[in-house]
Design a protein around this ligand. Structure first.
Ligand code: ATP
Ligand code: MG
Length: 455
């Protein structure tokens, strides 16, 4: 097989050279372009297998270039370079048909892997069609913005970009407060049905009969109190999208009816005899693992299969502590637009060390309260629930860097924490603590003094 041919598009020559040198050692053939116009010309004339495209280009910008490329070669995988980006950028790039995106500076292994996957993918032309779509020029409103720079959230943003434009059914799973509704909203907002009705139904909490007539509507006289005909949510959503929230709490009898709508694109109003045809895209959310519900017998297997075409599993907030500082910043802006508030290092560490059983919603509430209680422009968090948890070192380091802490101070803090932990583990016994850290006792003594540790 001949070497794969990769085009590097970046306006910075040193960046191009870096990538060039790196990839040529991996056996790829390469060519370069310093702007979008040249890139498009090259793609027209050369037999390129994959494009690496900087999103910030002078003249024709990266997204426009990507669009041009996609109009005449929709199957060509394009990997976007972005500087430290936002979720919206990622979604826009994915919507515009990018194969993937990677943030600069990137990790080598990840970069090479993405390229390999992109090349393998381009051979699976069939799938490419699914990834293609139209660019929306609509600006994202500030509300509904999704925050997250953790890998797990970025992957979710990519999925949203991929699935939004098709009519595929999406099942969103996540514990309370993890952002399920926000994700559903984003999918709708980025879909081809964005200007069509968007109807939400909470499937928990209502009694079975009320829920049924909510969802499907009823005919006049269908039951006592049905004094007039009423349209249900499915009818109201016709042509658009329906969000079935808490689908795991839907009574079994209604589960069958939802399944029928999915199979036949039609349903009956309560007491109705004429089937009503609808064209509705379904997004469903569950705060439990639906697969487990199926095993328990509380959720219909056939409906689960219908819903689970694409699944998005939202992580617990405590599984992505590195997003906490970003979310805090976001909520501070949301609840105190006029005033610039400061979160001291220790307070941020308190937030990082908490376990967040209520996830993002709980964090939002805590910040909202803290904004009200702020003195001068300083935020104090106070005591959070008892469920503390030590966050990973990465979150600590990120917090420290964002707070402008020096190298020396960061290392110091880590050193102190290390010694404290070793002492605690050994009930304050210094000899044992020194042994466990494999350092001399005298060194431990001097560190205890240096860090002002009180045993
Ligand atoms: N990634 C995020 N970025 C910014 N805000 C978020 C994010 N995730 C959740 N939120 C905010 O947290 C709150 C809870 O989110 P949402 O209502 O979507 O959660 P949910 O999973 O539907 O919760 P529940 O199961 O309790 O209904 C909302 O105010 C939402 O705006
Ligand atoms: Mg919700």
């Amino acid at each position: 097989m001949s070497a794969k041919y990769i085009l590097i598009v970046d306006d910075e020559a040193p960046m191009r050279k870096n990538v060039y040198d790196l990839l040529s050692t991996k056996g790829y053939s390469l060519c370069e372009a310093g702007n979008g116009e040249d890139a498009v010309e090259l793609i027209k004339t050369e037999n390129i297998d994959l494009v690496l495209l900087d999103i910030n280009l002078p003249g024709m910008d990266g997204l426009t270039t990507l669009n041009k490329i996609k109009t005449f070669n929709s199957d060509l995988p394009v990997i976007i370079f972005t500087a430290y980006g936002t979720s919206e950028r990622a979604i826009e790039a994915m919507k515009a048909g990018a194969y993937d995106y990677i943030e600069k500076p990137f990790e080598l292994d990840e970069f090479l892997l993405i390229i390999e996957r992109g090349l393998a993918f381009s051979e699976l032309v069939g799938e490419v069609k699914e990834l293609r779509s139209i660019v929306s020029t609509q600006q994202e409103s500030g509300n509904g913005q999704m925050i997250g720079s953790s890998k797990i959230m970025k992957d979710i943003f990519k999925t949203i970009g991929r699935v939004s434009p098709s009519d595929v059914t999406v099942l969103i799973q996540g514990e309370s407060g993890t952002g399920k509704e926000l994700i559903a909203d984003a999918i709708q907002r980025h879909s081809l049905r964005k200007d069509k009705p968007y109807v939400k139904v909470n499937c928990g909490g209502l009694s079975e009969s009320i829920l049924e007539s909510e969802i499907f509507g009823h005919e006049k006289g269908a039951f006592t109190g049905a004094v007039s005909q009423r349209q249900g949510r499915f009818e109201l959503a016709d042509g658009g999208t329906i969000f079935l929230d808490e689908i795991n709490n839907m009574p079994q009898s209604l589960q069958v009816k939802i399944l029928r709508v999915m199979q036949n694109q039609s349903f009956f109003r309560v007491g109705g005899e004429e089937p009503i045809k609808v064209n509705v895209r379904i997004i469903a959310a569950s705060n439990t693992d639906v697969e487990k519900e199926v095993e328990k017998g509380t959720f219909r297997k056939d409906l689960y299969y219908r819903l689970n075409v694409v699944r998005i599993n939202l992580p617990l907030l405590s599984d992505r502590p590195q997003d906490i500082p970003l979310l805090v910043k976001h909520f501070l802006k949301k609840y105190s637009a006029e005033q610039e508030l400061v979160v001291p290092f220790e307070e941020m560490q308190t937030l990082l060390d908490y376990s967040w059983p209520g996830n993002v919603r709980e964090l939002e509430n805590v910040i909202q309260r803290a904004v009200v209680l702020a003195r001068k422009n300083i935020i104090t968090i106070g005591k959070l629930g008892t469920e503390g948890k030590k966050t990973g070192i990465n979150a600590f380091i990120q917090n420290a860097i964002e707070q402008g802490m020096s190298f020396k101070n960061i290392v110091n803090r880590i050193e102190k924490e290390l010694i404290l932990t070793a002492l605690r583990k050994n009930n304050g016994n210094r000899t044992k603590a020194a042994d466990c850290l494999q350092i001399h006792r005298r060194l431990l003594y001097s560190k205890i003094k240096e860090h002002n540790i009180n045993i």
